[in-house]
Design a protein around this ligand. Structure first.
Ligand code: PAF
Length: 283
């Protein structure tokens, strides 16, 4: 696996792949890699001849009181994992490579960045959209892959790539879960053993709503109340949202639902804020 730290090295690597007509798939990450990231790398390997992963803990997507300083940074462990799964290149840019001095340009996906997590994390999606645009411009991949656990992020990036006519194919990869259903996340390590147990309620709430919808209950608020009740009974009281939305646009689902909808949950435990989602199918 090639380790790339400078723009010059990245340009040389990219032009070598182009000269050999090799397709490149890109997995942008913030490191602290887990099986969810490795599933992205494996999916990338199916879609291209060469896979490049970036690790950059992007300061502009963290709010002032969020966990930027304590976000886990494990470059050597990450590098060993990537090597093990057969990743071809690891891009480890420093701050100046991504944000040159006096950087003044940002990217905003208006509307989509204000709902759900965007309402509670002002500026977060502007930070994500900006860094992903910069990374895509630098790496120039044929395909870029993102985890569907961060569903709003996926929809927003797909929209941005379409709107800006960026020449890259965006793909979402299914969430990887622990055996008890908890979605893998680099932030799960912040949970105490008691909270780790409680956190399984997110997936329980989602699957229970899915069953209820399939069994014929189609009132949006009934499904939301049921999921909220499951979280509360598990001892989760700081619920940022439980919402049902159109899977493509994230518009709020109608009161009486007929089509597939996505249920999205965000809740705060003492150690970490967790998000999860599930596509609910009507039949
Ligand atoms: O999902 C993430 O890890 C980050 O939001 C991303 C896409 C790498 C941008 O910093």
């Amino acid at each position: 696996m090639e380790r790339i730290e400078t723009l010059e090295q990245l340009r040389q690597w990219r032009s070598r792949q182009r000269q050999q007509s090799l397709r490149v798939a890109f997995v942008p990450t913030m490191g602290a890699l887990h099986q969810g990231h490795l599933a992205l790398v494996r999916a990338a390997q199916q879609r291209a001849d060469r896979v490049i992963v970036s690790i950059f803990v992007n300061p502009t997507q963290f709010g002032p009181h969020e966990d930027f300083d304590r976000y886990p940074r494990l470059p050597e462990q990450d590098s060993a994992l990537l090597q093990m799964v057969g990743c071809h290149a690891l891009f480890l840019p420093n701050h100046e490579t991504i944000y040159p001095a006096e950087h003044q340009t940002t990217v905003q996906v208006t509307g989509l960045d204000q709902k759900l997590c965007g309402r509670l994390r002002p500026g977060h999606f502007q930070g994500v959209a900006t860094v992903v645009t910069i990374l895509l411009n630098l790496v120039q991949p044929d395909t870029a892959l993102f985890g569907l656990k961060d569903y709003q992020q996926f929809v927003l990036i797909r929209r941005m790539v379409r709107d800006l006519r960026l020449p890259v194919q965006v793909e979402g990869v299914a969430t990887v879960r622990e055996p008890d259903g908890l979605a893998l996340s680099s932030r799960n390590r912040y949970l105490s053993p008691v909270e780790r147990q409680r956190a399984t309620a997110l997936f329980q709430a989602l699957t229970a709503a899915g069953q209820l919808y399939r069994s014929g209950e189609n009132r949006r608020d009934v499904l939301i109340d049921q999921a909220t009740g499951i979280l509360q009974r598990a001892g989760i009281h700081q619920i940022d949202y439980v919402e049902l939305c159109d899977p493509d646009t994230l518009a709020t689902a109608p009161e009486q639902m007929t089509d597939d909808v996505i249920m999205l949950i965000a809740a705060r435990l003492t150690g970490a804020r967790l998000i999860d989602n599930l596509l609910l199918t009507a039949h």
